[in-house]
Design a protein around this ligand. Sequence first.
Ligand code: FES
Length: 404
Amino acid sequence: MKLRVRGHIRDLLGFKGLVPKRKKRFAKSPARAVGVDPMNKLARRLHPAAQHLVVAEIKDETKTTKTFKLVADPDSATKELACFRAGQYLSLRVEVAGARVTRPYSISSAPFEALDAGGFYEVTVRERQGGFLTTHIWENWKVGSKVGSSGPCGFFYHEPLRDAGKIVGLAGGSGITPFRSMAREIVHGESDAELLLLYGSSDQDDIVFQRELGELEQKAPDKIKVVHVLSCKDVSMEGCERGFITADLIKQYADVDDSSFFVCGPQAMYEFVEKELATLDLPRRRVRRELFGELEDVTRLPGFPQEVAERTFQLKANIGEVTVDVPAKATEPVLVAMERANLAPPSECRSGECGFCRALLVAGDVYIGPEGDGRRAADKQFGYIHPCMSYPVTDLEITIPRGM
Ligand code: FES
């Protein structure tokens, strides 16, 4: 049997001695003659392993929320920003107190704004009490600060071949960020989708992008509708709904049978909205969820073994040639235990979805919540876990196949 492998793949795989040389007609290709594969170049443009960015502008949105405009660092290898789909996120890579950590942040600007000369991304960050990275960002990021990032990631975007033409966005707090990107894209004429946004906030001062959302709605009244839902007792804002995003409220505004639902917000909002959506009996494929990294409180999830909640276990991690032993709290993901020990295991989504942090569970047991298990069937069968969404319930040993 003849083995046919294209030249660059053959070289990458180290098959030089086994594979017939490629035919001359490939060698005459102008792109190949100078060693440039256009498909690889396109892939790198779409999915760069890393991007080097710099903070170009900072804007206060609310008392607790700021938008950071990020552009390509002119002193770096990043010459142009990677394209993205409205709703995707960047995994920002930051060094905090000597530890390298990553956190996913939705891109709040629109895709077309990254493409032009002087293209940019915006990320909108809410300060959170005890938030490891948000506090660091608030205190340290200035205009000119350099920021490492992944390429754009995630599946929280409208795909016309998969989703209904009508989007119902259910947002809470800073979970509005991917919907701002979608709304900007619609107004710019880059998307044919219709967007109904039910946006829950505690009070009017807490609403992010309030003015801009109103302007976007006015520019495309037949395609965008924004309904603010305020949960505080004294509501003076006109035209808003009071309370929470309930099934009745959804039915009041949405074409439930002909829409795809996108949910983005904090853990408490998910827990509430999930129960409401369950009463609507929607097919699973019509509900998409975006989680912002690890859970605020894993002990609230069904099936979490409460008897270990106060315990700290021992974690043995084999990473390349190195083996380390670190303490691991039952209420923190295995990934965080490693980061606290100044290790920097690979990670991107921190929500169990991307598989970037995949590790082999050699010994011990972990708890994985119902919405945090994005493993493939084969990975489950062969004992792999996603440390970003795995919580130790015994002492553990894991092996991380990828280097740090
Ligand atoms: S970082 Fe994405 S699955 Fe763990």
